[in-house]
Design a protein around this ligand. Structure first.
Ligand code: DAH
Length: 334
């Protein structure tokens, strides 16, 4: 006996539902689940196919199948929705588990670079003078006798010019012995008023010991204008030392430099003793004349600082050679 079309359709639908529910429960990815949705509930899906057989049914049986079909569709849709939610939360949990951050794990150590104490003090001093309105300039390390000595009013037989003290090149040029060459080069190309700061390497034929290096750094600063006096120089130095070291006692000692008149050296009181930190003075009229300024109209002051000396004072360093040893155990302290 062949089953009636009604019974057979009902049977097909329930079988389909059982198979579909099992397949949905077994789907383990969202993609697989979507494929199942299309396969069962899509326009050309299995449910539609079974319902295609409705045409053979007598009209009075159709509502029954229609109702059953709706129940099956709803059941499948619910199963799909539940499975989708389950798969989505499983996916999120897996992701959370995989991306867990172990905050107790030791960090990755990255060695940190530091600014060398020489560069650091140059930066600090440059900042102070830029704050006072100074312009930053520079000049060559290989220099002619003219800029290093002659224009700075050194006499032809001045001992600094001696081969024992200055490093000469075969062509007669020399390694500059101070940054004062920048005074001449700058003033030659500019008209007063001017306030200039310049930093650079200097070279002397010195035997290296705890306080001497053959290569060292200087900072030069100078100002030229109408009516500049020694008081301006004093005030500038006071302001600069206050800024760098705090308000420590300083003293001016009379001194001599060929390129300044009068000249002085400045000492700071540091740990109970006087330490010389710079040379300075009023720019000698001969220097002003050498760059074409009229010394009857303009006056100026100049000063030169030993950078290594200041760094040694600032950090209580006992030997200048430590500054050049590139020993990280030393440099990492700063
Ligand atoms: N040039 C001098 C030296 O090397 C330092 C110096 C002294 C520079 C007095 C100046 C100055 O500008 O006025 O020892």
């Amino acid at each position: 006996m062949t089953p009636s079309p009604l019974i057979s359709l009902e049977h097909d639908l329930t079988t389909l539902q059982t198979g579909a529910i099992a397949a949905i429960a077994a789907a383990d990815t969202l993609d697989a689940l979507e494929q199942l949705r299309v396969a069962y509930l899509g326009k050309k899906g299995q449910v539609s196919k079974v319902l295609g057989g409705m045409g053979q049914l007598p009209a009075e049986d159709r509502p029954r199948i229609g109702a059953l079909a709706n129940t099956v569709k709803t059941a499948l849709q619910d199963a799909l929705d539940n499975r989708k939610t389950a798969l989505q939360s499983a996916q999120i949990n897996a992701q959370l588990a995989a991306e867990t951050l172990d905050v107790t794990m030791p960090g990755v150590y990255r060695p940190q670079g530091r600014i060398h104490p020489i560069n650091s003090i140059i930066d600090q001093i440059t900042d102070i003078f830029v704050g006072l309105g100074y312009t930053v300039a520079s000049g060559p390390e290989v220099e002619s006798d003219y800029y290093n000595f002659e224009a700075l009013n050194f006499l032809p037989d001045h001992p600094a010019r001696d081969m024992q003290d200055t490093l000469y090149l075969p062509n007669g040029d020399l390694m500059r012995t101070h940054t004062s060459n920048i005074q001449i080069r700058y003033m030659q190309n500019h008209e007063p008023p001017l306030r200039v700061l310049a930093t650079g390497r200097c070279y002397r034929r010195d035997t290296v010991d705890a306080t001497h290096a053959a290569v060292f750094h200087q900072i030069e600063f100078f100002a030229v204008d109408k009516g500049i006096t020694f008081t301006d120089l004093r005030g500038t130095i006071r302001a600069f030392i206050d800024e760098l070291f705090g308000e420590i006692p300083i003293r001016f000692r009379p001194s001599f430099f060929p390129f300044t008149e009068p000249s002085a050296e400045v000492d700071v009181e540091w740990q109970g003793r006087w330490l010389e930190v710079l040379g300075c003075g009023m720019i000698d009229p001969n220097v002003l004349k050498a760059v074409g300024y009229d010394p009857e109209v303009y006056t100026g002051f100049a000063a030169g600082l030993g950078v290594e000396r200041l760094a040694m004072v600032q950090h209580e360093i006992d030997d200048i050679r430590r500054l050049y040893s590139s020993d990280l155990r030393f440099l990492n302290q700063f």
